[in-house]
Design a protein around this ligand. Structure first.
Ligand SMILES: Cc1ncc(COP(=O)(O)O)c(C=O)c1O
Length: 386
């Protein structure tokens, strides 16, 4: 994978000096936090964008048949999923879609179940829509996170709780939920009439032969599911990508479509359209290279921790390009952990407690960068606690 040498000149969120200063206490710190990559995008996507820009103006566009065909082919080849164009809506971002779904399918004060430690924006969206956060915390057993199904059943049985937001693959702990786990979760949700929002944004980054399973394959068992996804993370397109909502239930689809139309959410951005269509058509080899690099980086982190006999433990990821590091054997206080690691190592990682108190004394490191940088970063982190 080629590193993007021009990144430093761009106004990126992850390296914004004022953001770094306010979050990490220093603007001179190596950014390995926000889930963006340091890699150049696939050459074919870059070429298609350049060619579109060179091609006169930017009048209103629509998504042509070729776009849907490329998207359908990608979903068929990658996940054996048969996408139905009549069940898809587009929106600027996944968090936009989740906020609207909470707004229109639930009432203020209703409970929304999440599985922390989990992507922090879920909490924000629930708070902003004045719904109640209901936690079905994950449990860590022998270095692997699991869903607490007994607790989930209890939470699902409460009449005020209406929706479960599933994160699959799970950010930040890197689990890829298995078919059996999804089936158990679906049977609990079906029995208790819980709508499932499945956030599948990290679906393409499958590591070490793990296989992504979408809840969509179970829509005949329980059709109260809404999948929110995009290829923004997959192809390093977060700055220009939009997102998709897949809604197998007709009534739900029609209901949401009216709201999406009301806010004119599905409008086509010419560059997004070109980038995605090219990614679906040509992105597979680039993605394979990316996965090889990420796997190599996971192994480097593991080897460095082992060879230095560090007390930091790696929760080995099954998917995503993040590693979740366990500092419980080193620190007892989250603030002390955060300031010591951040300021002594010079590496900016996401603090685990940002994902809920279940993440306290953990940190998430973004490893979508060069193997040299990952090796340097983990060495700095190990040395910072000596
Ligand atoms: C699980 C998950 N969902 C959604 C997003 C963000 O998606 P969007 O930018 O489309 O709101 C992220 C970004 O890190 C994420 O990890």
């Amino acid at each position: 994978m080629n590193l993007d040498k021009k990144l430093d000149s761009l106004p990126l969120t992850k390296s914004n000096p004022s953001t770094l200063l306010s979050l990490f206490g220093s603007s001179e710190i190596s950014a390995m936090w926000v889930a963006d990559m340091d890699f150049e995008i696939d050459k074919s996507i870059q070429d298609s964008l350049i060619s579109r820009i060179n091609n006169s103006g930017f009048a209103y566009e629509y998504k042509p048949e070729s776009f849907f065909n490329a998207q359908k082919k990608w979903y068929q080849n990658q996940y054996k999923l048969d996408l139905n164009q009549e069940q898809i809506l587009y929106s600027p971002s996944i968090t936009t879609s989740i906020a609207i779904i909470l707004d229109v399918f639930t009432n203020e004060g209703d409970g929304i179940i999440i599985q922390p430690p989990v992507f922090m924006e879920f909490r924000e969206v629930i708070r902003n829509t004045k719904r109640k956060i209901i936690k079905n915390s994950l449990v860590l057993e022998n270095g692997r996170y699991k869903i607490d199904f007994i607790d989930l059943e209890k939470k699902a049985q409460e009449a005020k709780n209406k929706i479960l937001i599933l994160c699959n693959p799970h950010n930040p702990v890197g689990r890829v939920w298995s078919k059996d786990e999804l089936l158990t979760l679906i049977s609990i949700c079906k029995k208790n009439n819980i709508l499932i929002i499945s956030d599948e944004i990290h679906k393409d980054i499958m590591l070490f032969d793990h296989k992504f399973e979408s809840v969509l394959q179970f829509k005949d068992i329980w059709d109260q599911i809404i999948v929110c996804t995009s290829e923004a993370k997959t192809f390093n397109l977060c700055g220009i990508s939009d997102s998709m909502v897949i809604i197998p239930n007709n009534n739900n689809f029609n209901f949401l479509k009216k709201i999406f139309n009301k806010y004119n959410l599905g409008r086509t951005n010419a560059l997004t359209r070109v980038a995605l269509e090219t990614a679906y058509e040509n992105g597979e080899n680039w993605l394979k290279d990316l996965i090889r690099t990420i796997q190599c980086n996971v192994n480097i982190v593991e080897q460095e921790l082992e060879s230095s006999k560090s007390k930091i433990k790696l929760i080995r990821p099954e998917g995503t390009y993040q590693v979740w590091l366990d500092f419980r054997g080193v620190f007892e206080d989250t603030k002390e952990m955060f300031s010591q690691i951040t300021l002594k190592s010079g590496i900016a990682l996401n603090a685990g407690h940002w994902y809920g108190r279940e993440g306290a004394l953990f940190m998430r490191m973004n490893i979508a960068t060069s193997t040299e940088k990952v090796k340097y970063a983990i060495t700095q982190i190990i040395n910072s606690i000596e």
